[in-house]
Design a protein around this ligand. Structure first.
Ligand code: DQA
Length: 139
């Protein structure tokens, strides 16, 4: 089974950026834990700060992988183009957020992507990614 994790803008700074919201761990450290936890799953990871590159990655894996776990960062709230990419591919996409976006500023309460996704997981810290993977494995 192949699952692609995609992180969008500013998520390369996890462990450095706004630690009170996003925690102390880098994504690479957390990814090692995930790979140990799911040894039979091929867990690929991609991060970009560039909207079009996120779209290219969705197109690249979206007809062959069993799932995509997508944290599009702030593009979640703005990007019609990423929503269209999710709708265009066959692979189910789960939208994830580390923080509980509904406890934060109003502009974070709306997702442009959610309606095109299988589901949304928000507010469980890095564990949001694990919960999304569990769903993709178990369905
Ligand atoms: C985020 C929430 C977004 O609102 C924000 O722009 C991010 C991270 C999260 O994981 O909590 O960059 O997607």
């Amino acid at each position: 089974m192949k699952i692609q994790i995609i992180n969008g803008p500013n998520l390369n700074l996890l462990g450095v950026r706004e630690k009170s919201i996003y925690g102390n761990s880098s994504f690479e450290d957390y990814l090692n834990e995930l790979r140990k936890r799911f040894p039979t799953v091929q867990l690929d990871y991609y991060q970009s700060n560039v909207e079009g590159e996120l779209i290219n990655k969705i197109h690249e894996v979206g007809f062959s992988y069993e799932g995509i776990v997508l944290n599009a960062g702030a593009y979640t709230h703005t990007s019609v183009a990423i929503a269209d990419a999710i709708a265009a591919v066959n692979t189910p996409v789960i939208e994830v957020h580390i923080s509980n976006v509904y406890k934060r500023e109003d502009f974070r309460h709306h997702s442009m992507l959610a309606a095109s996704c299988k589901g949304v997981i928000a507010g469980f810290g890095m564990d949001s990614y694990r919960l999304a993977i569990e769903n993709l494995i178990n369905t």
